[in-house]
Design a protein around this ligand. Sequence first.
Ligand code: URA
Ligand code: SF4
Length: 222
Amino acid sequence: MPSAQDFVPASATMDKLRRAARGCTGCDLYKGTTQTVFSKGPVGARLVFVGEQPGDIEDRRGEPFVGPAGKLLDRAVAEAGIDPSDVYTTNAVKHFKFKAAAQGGRRIHQTPDARDVAACRPWLLAEFALLSPDVVVALGATAAKGLFGSGFRVTKSRGVLMPWPGAAADPEGFGHSGDGTPESAFAMATVHPSAVLRADNRELAYDGLVADLRIAASALPG
Ligand code: URA
Ligand code: SF4
């Protein structure tokens, strides 16, 4: 089986990456999906969100975070005083992992495991080679473990600013080869917006997300 790396163009712009990712068959997750869901937002964004994987709606639309979790995230971003045009949003895994419901043909979300995240990692690394964020925010455990290592616990360390790419499990992978890399960039993890939607106390969970995003916003220069 080919690896995602086989599909990543050697020298790329974000548009070139996005186009190349459409044809990725680097793991089995593309099977039965509608399309690769890459990212949205400007390459020069100061804040980068890394989510888990596209959901059912994202798979159909071809854009990340456009379903219920995305709507909630948009609201939280605005409430935290972050300019949405200053945000780049992507996922640790670029295809929707699901299983078919026993009846009715509904597609049920399956959490990608470490192997899925590792398989798709070349795309994430290729994106970061082009990005130069001041703050990177991992949304939920899948993204946080993908960025900061398998021992990272969102419940324990959410809302804590860490040096970036120093806090990455492989700083060299996420580090830049030069250019406009901010010297004092930060990273942080918070809960996934889907977890807010599932929480017993949604209001409390939502306020917690906004509070974390305010911390992220505070690390944006100027
Ligand atoms: N959840 C994610 O992690 N990513 C999306 O794009 C949508 C929902
Ligand atoms: Fe390629 Fe990632 Fe999709 Fe797997 S999930 S086929 S590695 S884009």
